[in-house]
Ligand binder design. Structure first.
Ligand code: ADP
Ligand code: ADP
Length: 226
């Protein structure tokens, strides 16, 4: 079973710019997958389409067998997204950020409380649960973003530059947490600027440039050819 299949995916923005020029990509269930490429390559556009924030111009997206066009609600419930920018309400407590998200997905209250506790413990944030989030450090805010994305138990977690700008020690501890999430069965797709991050975490990799996939292989094979 594929967690994600893209077929001939194209995006032309209203100004005529072709950000994606026909992308084909498969990510297997259980994989830890890296999507790499220089700035402007089309990574955020692709992630935006997969998480149904951006409309594709043509082509298809299937998430665990659910076609994004015909089966939007099911496809969406499979996905947890960690966007690049911190976008939660910074005046909310950590716990309420997770509970609001669970509510958005229609998770019953009791289950939402259990999931919030589990995800906050997993991201080492349980003792910060009642803290107003603007008081948290940058690294903690990033972990709140991950905990929030996991609260509805998505099968596919998409992380857009999750460790950008955090220092190396915090980055390493986040790697461990992401690895644990993957080991528990969640498929992960990661974009990053740090090749070492992709190298140490990911089994398979695609490189995108100028809106096309220019490389798609397992990590070991790619490193052998570099
Ligand atoms: P769509 O083609 O999907 O309808 P639009 O072209 O209307 O998208 O743009 C959506 C938003 O992205 C607008 O708010 C626009 O200002 C912004 N935008 C436009 N050009 C760029 C760019 N080069 N990079 C990032 N955002 C942009
Ligand atoms: P990446 O995430 O790899 O840096 P993006 O997907 O953000 O790349 O952007 C790909 C290209 O599409 C860039 O050249 C960017 O300027 C352009 N772009 C992004 N959003 C818009 C938009 N809304 N309207 C027009 N061009 C856009």
């Amino acid at each position: 079973m594929n967690a994600l299949s893209l077929r001939n995916l194209k995006k032309t923005y209203n100004n005529g710019f072709e950000a994606l020029k026909g992308i084909d990509l498969d990510v297997e269930a259980g994989d830890f997958f890296a999507l790499l490429g220089p700035n402007g390559a089309g990574k955020s556009t692709a992630i935006g389409i997969i998480s149904s924030l951006v409309n594709a111009t043509s082509g298809s997206v299937s998430i665990f067998g659910h076609d994004l066009k015909h089966d939007l609600a099911k496809a969406k419930s499979c996905i947890g997204l960690v966007p690049q920018e911190v976008n939660f309400n910074q005046f909310d407590t950590v716990k309420s950020i997770l509970l609001n998200q669970a509510g958005y997905y229609g998770t019953p209250r009791k289950l939402a409380l259990q999931r919030a506790e589990y995800c906050l413990k997993q991201m080492d944030l349980w003792d910060k649960r009642d803290t107003v989030s603007r008081r948290l450090s940058g690294g903690m805010k990033r972990r709140v973003m991950i905990a929030r994305a996991l609260v509805h138990s998505p099968k596919l977690l998409i992380l857009d530059e999750p460790t950008a700008g955090v220092d190396i020690e915090i980055r390493r501890s986040m790697w461990q947490m992401m690895q644990e999430v993957n080991e528990q069965g969640t498929t992960i797709i990661l974009t990053t600027h740090y090749l070492e991050e992709a190298e140490s975490l990911c089994r398979n990799i695609a490189i995108i440039n100028h809106g096309r996939i220019v490389e798609n292989s397992d990590m070991a094979g790619l490193l052998a050819r570099l």
